[in-house]
Design a protein around this ligand. Structure first.
Ligand SMILES: [Zn+2]
Length: 110
C-alpha cells in the first residue's frame, strides 16, 4: 500500500475513534462506526480480525488493546505530546509532556 493510502487510513481511524469516544457509535444508527474502525485497524495491520472476536470475559484486555491503538493516533490537544494509558484497564490516557488527561473511550454499553 502507498504511504498516502496509509496516511488516509490513519486519519480515518483517528476520526472514527473520536466518534466512538464521543458515543456516536452507541447511537442506534452508529453501528457502522465500530465496524469501520475494526476494518480500518485491520487494514493498517495494527489489529487482527481475531482481536475483535475474543469473549467478553477479559474486558480489561480489550480496553488495553483499544487504548494501545488509540494512543498511537491521538495526540495531546494542548501540546501535541504523546499520550499513555494512565493504568491498565483504564480508558484514561495522560499526556507524557504536560500531564493533561483524556478519556479515550466508553466502557461497554448500558
Ligand atoms: Zn500535553
Amino acid at each position: 500500500m502507498k504511504d498516502e493510502g496509509r496516511e488516509f487510513l490513519w486519519r480515518q481511524l483517528d476520526q472514527l475513534g473520536q466518534m466512538i469516544a464521543d458515543g456516536l457509535a452507541d447511537e442506534s444508527d452508529g453501528k457502522w462506526i465500530r465496524q469501520q474502525y475494526r476494518e480500518t485497524a485491520i487494514e493498517l495491520g495494527i489489529a487482527k480480525p481475531s482481536d475483535f472476536r475474543k469473549p467478553r470475559k477479559n474486558h480489561s484486555k480489550q480496553i488495553n488493546d483499544f487504548m494501545a491503538e488509540r494512543v498511537k493516533v491521538v495526540k495531546c490537544r494542548k501540546c501535541g505530546g504523546e499520550l499513555v494509558q494512565s493504568r491498565k484497564g483504564s480508558l484514561v490516557a495522560d499526556c507524557k509532556s504536560c500531564g493533561a488527561r483524556y478519556k479515550l473511550g466508553r466502557r461497554g454499553r448500558k
